[in-house]
Design a protein around this ligand. Sequence first.
Ligand SMILES: Nc1ncnc2c1ncn2[C@@H]1O[C@H](COP(=O)(O)OP(=O)(O)O)[C@@H](O)[C@H]1O
Ligand SMILES: [Mg+2]
Length: 359
Amino acid sequence: MVDEPRRKVRVALLFGGRSGEHAISAATAAGVMKAIDREKYDVLPIGITREGQWVLTAGDPSRFELTTGRLPEVTRESGTELVGLSDVGDVDVVFPVLHGPFGEDGTVQGLLELADVRYVGCGVLASAVAMDKHYMKLVFAGHGLPVGPYVVVQPREWEQRQAEVVARVSDQLKFPVFVKPARAGSSLGVTRVDDLSGLAEAIEEARFHDPKVLVEQGIEGREIECAVLGGRSGAAPRASVPGEIVVDHDSAQFYDFEEKYSSDSHARTQAPADLPADVAEKVRDLAVRAFEAIGGEGISRVDVFVTPDGEAVINEINTMPGFTPISMYPKMWEATGLTYPELIDELIQLALERPTGLR
Ligand SMILES: Nc1ncnc2c1ncn2[C@@H]1O[C@H](COP(=O)(O)OP(=O)(O)O)[C@@H](O)[C@H]1O
Ligand SMILES: [Mg+2]
């Protein structure tokens, strides 16, 4: 008897979406579509428009690449409109390469749990905790992990008692401070503020993205990142070699949206980071502990500041980090010995291994 050829694994790639990081997500999808092993996987590229409409996209994925001067976008014209996932038939696994609110925050994960479809990456709670920089810090601090000083500005408080907020910032924090939306990404709405006079304007700017705002004390240090990958078959999570974001501070204040994505950026990334062995080990250990603190699964990138005296302070954890072929997450795994196509395969296999629900 001849063996039936094994059916390929059907992967729905979800990208675009309702957040400010729509274009970055589309660029990631282009990278994944080009690199994924087509012998093993059938890919259903499902774009989500800025309004939330799902579209089965057609044609060459390269049109979603991040090319100079143009941000890619999913529109209703990108393909055939769908009512939902069930429109495309059986799907073995979903890879939600979505960043920010309505994608990286547990909402899509909740939908997939309800539909009983396996998916790549963190579950509902881990995604939601990591999306909200306020709760993220509470969870880290609750696990004894190092975070910097900060003040939370709740919507009602800012609308009714601005003077109290200003007083709290000047009492509790030293300048410069970083003002940021609680739930955003790609540095959208983040402003460095050097004295009290710029505070209100920066808070208003952040509120444009999220009515809840964080004011953080600026931390002097190198920006070091570490990629975490879930463990296979119940094994412990794995940490990559750390990488570094090197920002030319004469030309750019910090690692803002422009520096992250423009072609004439004053920032460059390096993996592995040039760190003393003990500091690199400390960062890797902290990354795994941060991942476990939020109950992470599959994938996350942990970003830390390494201070001049070699201490590591966590800035944030991203449960769906930038994932284009040149993004830091794949780059750090590349430097650790896992190529981009291997990494995509590994993430999907991890997702297939894990049932939905309380398993
Ligand atoms: N507390 C801080 N101290 C120093 N720099 C900071 C601080 N917070 C943010 N930054 C700078 O702003 C960038 C974006 O902030 P981050 O909190 O990582 O937001 P996002 O989630 O949008 O990436 C960081 O990569 C860093 O360059
Ligand atoms: Mg960041």
